[in-house]
Write a protein that binds this ligand. Structure first.
Ligand SMILES: Nc1ncnc2c1ncn2[C@@H]1O[C@H](COP(=O)(O)OP(=O)(O)OP(=O)(O)O)[C@@H](O)[C@H]1O
Length: 361
């Protein structure tokens, strides 16, 4: 009895994509099935980067198709689409999606989370940029190990991003002395940020992660209103004071019509490196409670771990310092959830046909 494409699809219906709560077929990943004797070749097109999961999927697919006496070869061809952003703001050239990382309260680990998420998306196979929008206290040049780098300029205007660990990055820290940046007044800071955003020549990015400055003041508002932000995520510690500020950040995004995809809890638990004792220094369950109240996804929790700080300080964040470690896996799991959540939103087709305009004559 010969095996049909429908038989293969039926078997693949049983394989779920955990981040989408859907199966391979219904999620539209299976684009082609070619059966030749007892060999099946599948073309799978993931809608979000998840390279680290391919081996696991391949194993599950092989097991399912074994019941049809088929061996299988998989052609993976991931494709990240551009998703809709706020109406009336023009898309950024070379950037499909912009994800803002905000916190409300300072010092909760937003920059550390941003850089590790950017690197996690790279590890999952995406093309990623990181914009350090913290004009007053840029920290990404250090975290990326590029504190002494200066970006190249193309003409007198366009600046090329600095490449580090596979991420394209831009920061005011590459252009001015950090002490000079500290004393900027509001309008100067907003202007500098706008210039940084407009003048950087991003190269073919699936995602641009924007590390916002803490708070919900002018800079954050300017950015959320004038930059084509696709979505935001909020980082918080489980501490009441941080949670209250995280709510303010969420409200700000609501006001400017930027969807918040979820909450990331940082420093959720401290594990003693000597004895392994777990202690909830900043309280317990705060991030999950915040997400539940706001009816948004709880994306995950990172521990308070000395290695996270050491790695970031030394310019090799945990995702690249220990790519097979549990911390890297946590960041990658969160990155996949963010990208998956974005992949269920409405697509923006204007970038596919940027030069077409419809007229009535
Ligand atoms: N999970 C963690 N475990 C241990 N240390 C961490 C963790 N997350 C961040 N840190 C450390 O905490 C400090 C503050 O982190 P970070 O600069 O990322 O915070 P931030 O919210 O971006 O701060 P700011 O408000 O100044 O922008 C840094 O020294 C960083 O290395």
């Amino acid at each position: 009895m010969s095996v049909s494409e429908a038989d293969v699809k039926q078997q693949l219906n049983a394989i779920t994509i955990p981040e989408l709560d859907n199966n391979l077929v219904d999620a539209g990943w299976l684009k082609a099935v070619d059966i030749d004797g007892n060999q099946a070749t599948l073309r799978l097109v993931p809608s979000f980067p998840c390279q680290s999961q391919y081996a696991d999927y391949a194993q599950k697919i092989a097991a399912q198709l074994e019941s049809l006496s088929l061996t299988v070869a998989i052609d993976w061809a991931p494709r990240v689409a551009a998703y809709q952003h706020k109406a009336g703001v023009e898309s950024l050239k070379g950037v499909k999606n912009i994800i803002a990382v905000a916190s409300g309260k300072g010092g909760v680990g937003k920059s550390t989370t941003s850089v590790n998420l950017a690197l996690a998306l790279v590890a999952e196979g995406a093309k990623v940029g990181l914009l350090d929008a913290d004009i007053y206290g840029p920290s990404q040049p250090i975290m990326l190990g590029k504190a002494d780098s200066r970006p190249e300029t193309l003409d007198q205007k366009r600046i090329l991003p600095v490449l580090s660990h596979g991420v394209q990055s831009m920061s005011i820290g590459y252009l001015v002395d950090p002490e000079q940046a500290m004393v900027w007044r509001g309008p100067m800071a907003s202007g500098a940020l706008q210039q940084l955003i407009n003048d950087t020549q991003w190269q073919d990015l699936d995602y641009l992660i924007v590390d916002l400055p803490p708070g919900t003041g002018d800079i954050q508002l300017t950015l959320s209103q004038r930059v084509p932000v696709t979505a935001a995520v909020v980082v918080t510690t489980p501490q009441d004071i941080a949670l209250a500020d995280a709510v303010k950040a969420m409200n700000m995004f609501e006001k400017v019509s930027v969807p918040v995809l979820g909450v990331i809890e940082n420093m959720g638990v401290h594990i003693c490196s000597e004895c392994g004792h777990a202690e909830h220094i900043f309280g317990e369950g705060g991030g999950a409670g915040l997400a539940e109240n706001a009816k948004i996804e709880f994306l995950g929790s990172l521990p308070l771990a000395r290695s996270i700080r050491d790695h970031a300080d030394s310019g090799t964040p945990s995702v690249v310092a220990e790519p097979d470690g549990t911390i890297a896996q946590m960041y990658q799991s969160i990155a996949r959830k963010i990208a998956a959540s974005l992949s269920t939103r409405a697509k923006d087709y204007s970038q596919s046909f940027p030069n077409i305009s419809i007229t009535n004559d």
